[in-house]
Every structure is written in C-alpha cells, then in structure tokens.
Write a protein of this length. Sequence first.
Length: 213
Amino acid sequence: MMMQLFYAAGASSMAPHILLRELKLDFELRHVNLDQKTWSKGDYNDVNPKSYVPVLELNDGTRLTECAVILEYLASHEHRLIADYDSKQYWQQRQWLNYLATELHKNFISPFRTGNWLPNTAESKALVWQRVLPRLQFVETTFEDGRQWLMGNDFSLVDPYLFVMTNWLHRLNYSFETLPRLKAFDSRMRERASVIDTFKVEGKPHALTDSTN
Ligand SMILES: N[C@@H](CCC(=O)N[C@@H](CS)C(=O)NCC(=O)O)C(=O)O
C-alpha cells in the first residue's frame, strides 16, 4: 500500500502535498469534503477523529496528523530538505514549523467561522488580519537580507507551509502592500513544478461564502 494524503483543495494539506512532490515520493491523494466531513469511503471522522486535514496514512496503516509533524516526517525519512538532527539549522527549522502552525495557521481560523475554515465576513476578515499581519510582518523582516527561501538560499520543508499562508492572502483578498518580500516569495513558489502540479491536481478550493450565513 502506498502512502496516502487526505487533503482538501487549498487547505493546509497543500504543504505536505507540495513536499511529497518535491521529494518525488509515491503517494495517493484522498479527497476530503470538509463541509460534509466525508470522503469516498464514508465518514471522514472515522479516518481522523480530530476532524481536519491533513492526514498522512503510512504504508503500514499508521495515520499521522498535524501538518508540521507530517512535513518533518516526510523530509526526515528522505534525508532531504531538512537539516541534520540537532544542528543549529534543525532547531531553526523546528522554530519555523512551530511558528507557522501556532502563530500563523491557527490565527487564520476565525472564531466567527461557521462550518468553514477561513473567514468569510468583513468583521471576521478584519479580526484575522489584525492577528495575522504583525506575524507576517515578522516573517517579512527575515527576508530583508535578500534570502530566497525562509531558511536562507536553500529551499526546505518550511517553505511549502509558509506558501499555504501566502496563498490564503490571495484567496482572501488581503493586501501584500506592506509585505513585498513575502509577495516575491509567493511568486517564486508558484514557479516550482511541485506547486504548479499541486494546484492542477487539487483544483478549485471550496467557496468562501458560507451558505448558512
Ligand atoms: N492542528 C492541525 C490543524 C489543521 C487544520 O486546521 N486543518 C483545516 C484545514 S487548513 C481543516 O481541516 N479544518 C476543518 C475543520 O476544522 O472543520 C494541523 O496543524 O494540521
């Protein structure tokens, strides 16, 4: 059995999807309907009782959750796109993964959300921006030394996760006006074959307007 990635188009599962392609690993995609919490074989909550994507199912049936952990699992098993364990760079990558997961990813999820995982009202959008912008501005300052990627001049496992966030800025119509380096990072990511293929395969993300509103 091949590794399987449970995903929803444009969601955080896009980060491991991109990384799987960067690492040229064999995998199968399992599409999840997050509004209904279903997948092709029924109730998605049976797959992940935490009720979210991503899930990476390994060849032996073990299911891994938590985006940052899945990214680290994939990269460390390939010994690629990750620094050597316990090196200074390794701990810096851990810092970024944790920062992206807790300071950025989670702050995109508005308390106003009703059955959706991105904000979809003006009030909700403003609240999310208030939390997310200073954190993005911190990331922006990291790029001030002219680096191409978040860890320096080498692409690594943290970049697909950051790209999920910059992609959400586009999707939610937030402005890159004070984030020119992040905008350039976002454009560089979009040129990578892994990202082009990921968009092609995932297709259109769900509508941001919630029908229950
Ligand atoms: N702690 C999880 C959060 C994952 C998460 O928020 N996934 C979102 C998509 S980006 C989701 O599936 N939301 C569905 C829901 O909460 O109903 C992680 O780091 O992977």
